[in-house]
Design a protein around this ligand. Sequence first.
Ligand code: PLP
Length: 670
Amino acid sequence: MSSPATAVPSDIDPLSTQAPTVSSLTTSDAAFAKATQLPQKSWTIEDSEKLYRIQGWGEPYFSINAAGHVTVSPKGDRGGSLDLCELVESLKQRNLALPLLIRFSDILEDRIERLNSCFARAIARYNYKNVYRGVFPVKCNQHRQLIQDLVRFGQPHHFGLEAGSKPELMIALATLKTPGALLICNGYKDREYVETAILAQRLGQTSVIVLEQIEEVQLAIVASKALGIKPVLGVRAKLTTKGVGRWGGSTGDRAKFGLTIPEIIQAVGELQKAGMLDCLQLLHFHIGSQISSISVIKEAIREASHIYVELAKLGANMKYLDVGGGLGVDYDGSKTNFHASKNYNMQNYANDVVAGVKDACDERKLPVPILISESGRAIASHQSVLVFDVLGTSDVPREIPEPVDENAHQIPRNLYEIYQSIGPENYQEVYHDAIQFKEEAISLFNLGYLGIAERAKTEQLYWACCHKIQSIARQKEYVSDDLEELEKVMASIYYINLSVFQSVPDSWAINQLFPIMPINRLDEEPTQRGILADLTCDSDGKIDQFIDLRDVKSVLELHSLKPGEPYYLALFLGGAYQEIMGNLHNLFGDANAVHIQLTPAGYHIEHVVKGDTMKEVLSYVQYDAESLVESIRRQTESALQQNKITLSESQLCCKITSGVSASILIFSLN
Ligand SMILES: *Cc1c(COP(=O)(O)O)cnc(C)c1O
């Protein structure tokens, strides 16, 4: 582990600072002590609420109770809550060690309800003469219990699934049992994928094959002719409207997919020639995930609506408009168009989709389409909480320096003078002086002009100066960038029992921000500033960017550890895209997963998934390859008995299942 004491800001050039102002002993020690005292006002849970911005990102699911613990209200505004800290304690008593991934099924249900009621309200408000039929993109969280819950909770709303690969299509086929719910088939397709998607109709699924590459048009035509079944087809349009932020544009998850306008025209021509233009019923677009700006969404809807209208005019049997994903999550609670936030709410989103599509159709006197969104992040993020604990901390030296005697080297003498002089008037300039002296001491040491004891004394004094300067700077409303840097240099390292790379891959890979905060001691002032590091001892294993009202902050306010007392931290809103990696690379810190459901008597643990060591990917997402195959086989058999499918069709249908253990290992991680 690297010592934080060596972490001097490298962008500060020690030679460029002005001459030291050591003689300006303007502030008395008493005044200094007064100026640097920590605020005496007692800390309240409201202070913690404000500091960690929990209302901004957590409402209505997360808040703080009088005991200073985070509470969870899994049913949102509909009542019932539990103390997260107590829950963790009781799970620990059941031998479930931290880190723990706790899933709240009720939150998942609430998110589905919310999305559907937002669209229902928008549809009523604009007198939109058709319905909303959402689908959940399986890639967002492929865990079996989650997908099963999702299908169950979605039943009243005919909520369907979106598959982006063959393994995901298998998951969807085996899980989706809601009559009338859509099964949207996206992603790269080979013949087998297309055939299975077409045959899914025979199994009672409402499957739509979305053509994303021009080659897929012929693939669909050939497969359809061979099977003698007419598929429902869609096209994915490459819009000129670009998603912004880290998921937009070229970094977007599937930016390589989609047909250009000339390709769409070509596809229409090919389908017409094959006598299949009536199969083309859906227009799809996806401009990226986490779209933070509502204006980008509006623009995309406007462009897509016009393409939809034109397709209808060209003779396609248009029925569906699928607006893809992108509905954002407010990770920092700032309600802005910052990449970790969004400047609109779910209702604004639904309103803009409904109103935008209606306008375009009304203009051309066309019936309005069934609306589909593939909202993944907005559905799955809130339902899981990752709880971990702090194993220990590493702090910069904190000793109060002894006076330096007159015979000592000039540098420690100067530094001691600086140390004594530090006050609210000069704290900024003496910071640079302190750095300069420390750098000088190192140079002299390297040239053999300074003994090791004097170097040690110099470093000790340097840190003492930094502490004094920092405590003044913390009381200021505004500090210069270099003093903000000081917080980073002085930050403690909190070692956590979690693999950042496994459990929060997007924090590691794309610096995504998630709200992280303690779940206990919130009635106490957090006097420390720290970054989080896991035990891998490398740069992959740390979190040093945290949510803030404006931009990000490089340190998190934390409490100093008390011996024998646990200190729990939690990462929130990580239920989308994070959980899949969590179990793939097992070094240590594989989180146990627990599913919690609220009951009138308290809560109920639905499933416990022990985070075991090395198993295959399939079983990690709690699928058993054999039972998946079995489920599809049984469905095929009953379709066969009811004469809905021929024997050769059923054999084809089972073909996809033969390679399951290999192909499903290649989970799409995008
Ligand atoms: C990833 C993806 C989604 C989900 O996007 P969210 O922003 O999580 O809602 C939807 N559709 C497609 C085609 C995707 O690739």
